[in-house]
Write a protein that binds this ligand. Structure first.
Ligand code: FAD
Length: 511
């Protein structure tokens, strides 16, 4: 490693999707019933799922850690145990091991195996479905936040617990980039292991497509370096097989590319018509792959008394080119209707990323996704209009996001990596958010609305669901996340985790 630095997460105070939901500060959380996967462990208490662990047993773990062990009630517990999705705040770990290195991780795995304690691994804690929550031992990787850049190879190596914000700082210091997300507090591990989408994906492929090596601690405590020649099956699984399934990744090495200036944009329309939405979609579909974008729609109360909710439309993203070229690409949409707000700017690449970043404020939410395997048909927009008009303000917040995919993502065969979704043009993410103090009835109405809307969009979309946006209500999740790659993933799971140590509600099972 040429340089080795430990970085502190930098917060970017940008408007977030969650603050659009209007529930950004909803931190009280909801205890989740029915997520008692820990009940399948012998030591689990049936009622709460919390295992009984004696002081002697805890000591055995503590003696083998160079990092910290934080038990329930101890200083730092509340901060370390809280997940991003406050819906899962009720799943309290019995203890949290803040691992200092891969040996600590191996010690945790050995202890969990021997003592029959359930576990979960956490980097950024942003799993939509709370899959980095457990009643047992939480393996916290936040101390593994080192990074290094090798000038000769142009590769960056990052620790398994590093956050996006620290990755931005690392890459920004050498004017390089990877395909990365927008949320500064998401963990690089969860992002990469589930594929990793971002504004660079149409030009460069998925985040995980440029992974060249990863260090993994497997269920038996082995510390393996997986790449194209060594443990190549495990390496294949780590590029889209989703976090938490095969081991604990303690380091990632990725190829990077040089960056210069980019043009960024952020346009908003209130009361968007179908014609405007279609002209936005078609203009984006006609744009070169060097344009990365997200279309965001939110139902809003109509200003006309007695009329159904209207659609607030926002598009934002980046373009590798000049501001003039970008204005030309956007011109069909601005000609269709004048935006209520409009920013188009040319900026140094990393300043542009700070402009586009979101902070990921914790809240209660559920997201449902599908890849769209074609140009977005008008029937899709018709359903959007219909369902947005049925939304009621008392239900809480709601949104539909469309990420433009295609381009370089589809240059890879579906079995080139574990990320199977290689023929899409769009990915939709239909989300709801609520305040825990909302009435149960209004929460049920919100879920019914989301499920009805989702059921209408699925047949039009035709693709699978995104494993990085895990959706606990999916029944066909194995097929939806992994499609034709599932049998191979299960074979690899059987080889590296035959005892199913790494398990959660939607984990890949051994054969
Ligand atoms: C606000 C927000 C914005 C997002 N933006 C994007 C985006 O732009 N692009 C995108 O692709 N996704 C995005 N996501 C989804 C995100 O990438 C996934 O939820 C990802 O899994 C989160 O990773 P994490 O480390 O933060 O979460 P965690 O909850 O810590 O982990 C997620 C899963 O991975 C496992 N895991 C964590 N660390 C490791 C490790 N080191 N080794 C093995 N398993 C591990 C966990 O056990 C869990 O199952 C976003 C999510 C949120 C909430």
């Amino acid at each position: 490693m040429e340089t080795l630095q430990s970085t502190k997460a930098k917060n970017f105070l940008r408007l977030t999707r969650r603050s659009f939901l209007g529930v950004g500060a909803a931190f009280a959380g909801e205890a989740l019933s029915g997520r008692a996967f820990s009940a399948s462990f012998g030591t689990a208490k049936a009622a709460t799922g919390v295992p009984e662990i004696s002081p002697h047993t805890w000591k055995k773990l503590k003696n083998n850690l160079s990092g910290q062990l934080v038990r329930y009630g101890q200083f730092g517990y509340t901060r370390l145990s809280a997940p991003n999705n406050a819906r899962y705040r009720g799943i309290k770990p019995a203890g949290i091991a803040v691992c200092a290195n891969a040996d600590d991780v191996a010690a945790c795995l050995q202890w969990c195996r021997q003592e029959n304690i359930p576990l979960a691994t956490r980097s950024g804690g942003h799993s939509y479905a709370g899959y980095s929550c457990t009643h047992g031992l939480l393996i916290n990787l936040s101390s593994l936040d080192a990074w290094s850049y090798d000038e000769t190879s142009g590769r960056v190596t990052v620790g398994g617990g590093i956050l996006n914000s620290a990755v931005y700082t690392a890459l920004g210091s050498v004017d390089r980039s990877i395909t990365h997300g927008r949320c500064s507090t998401v963990g690089a591990a969860g992002f990469l292991l589930g594929g990793g989408i971002g504004f660079e994906m149409r030009a460069r492929g998925m985040g995980s497509d440029k992974l060249v090596s990863t260090e993994v601690v497997t269920a038996d405590g082995s510390i393996l370096t997986a790449n194209a020649s060594d443990y190549s099956d495990l390496f294949w699984a780590c590029r889209g097989g989703a976090g938490g399934n095969f081991g604990v990744n303690t380091e990632f090495t990725l190829e990077t590319f040089p960056v210069d200036r980019i043009a960024v944009f952020d346009l908003t329309w209130t009361g968007a018509s179908d014609e405007l939405i279609i002209s936005v979609i078609r203009a984006l579909e006609a744009a070169p792959n060097t344009l990365g974008s997200k279309v965001y729609m939110e139902p809003t109360t109509s200003t006309k008394f007695g009329s159904p909710p209207e659609i607030m439309l926002r598009i934002y993203g980046q373009y590798h080119g000049t501001k003039t070229e970008l204005m030309e690409i956007l011109s069909p949409m601005t000609a269709a209707a004048k935006p209520a707000s409009e920013t188009v700017e040319s900026l140094p690449y990393w300043e542009g990323q700070y402009f586009l970043a979101e902070d990921g404020t914790p809240a209660c939410y559920q997201s449902r996704s599908r890849f769209v395997n074609s140009s977005l048909p008008e029937s899709f927009i018709e359903e959007v209009r219909l369902w947005m008009s049925r939304w009621e303000k008392s239900q809480g917040g709601a949104y539909l996001s469309l990420f433009q995919t295609g381009g370089a993502i589809n240059d890879y065969a579906a079995d080139a990596t574990a990320f199977v979704h290689r023929s899409s043009q769009w990915l939709f993410d239909l989300g709801i958010g609520w305040d825990p103090s909302q009435s149960l009835q209004s929460k049920h109405r919100a879920h019914r609305w989301q499920n009805g809307f989702y059921a209408a969009l699925v047949p039009i979309a035709g693709g699978g669901a995104f494993q990085n946006f895990p959706d606990p209500s999916l029944t066909d999740w194995e097929d939806a996340y992994y499609g034709s790659n599932l049998p191979r993933l299960r074979t690899i799971k059987t080889k590296y985790d035959p005892g199913n140590l790494f398990r959660f509600h939607q984990s890949i099972r051994p054969l």
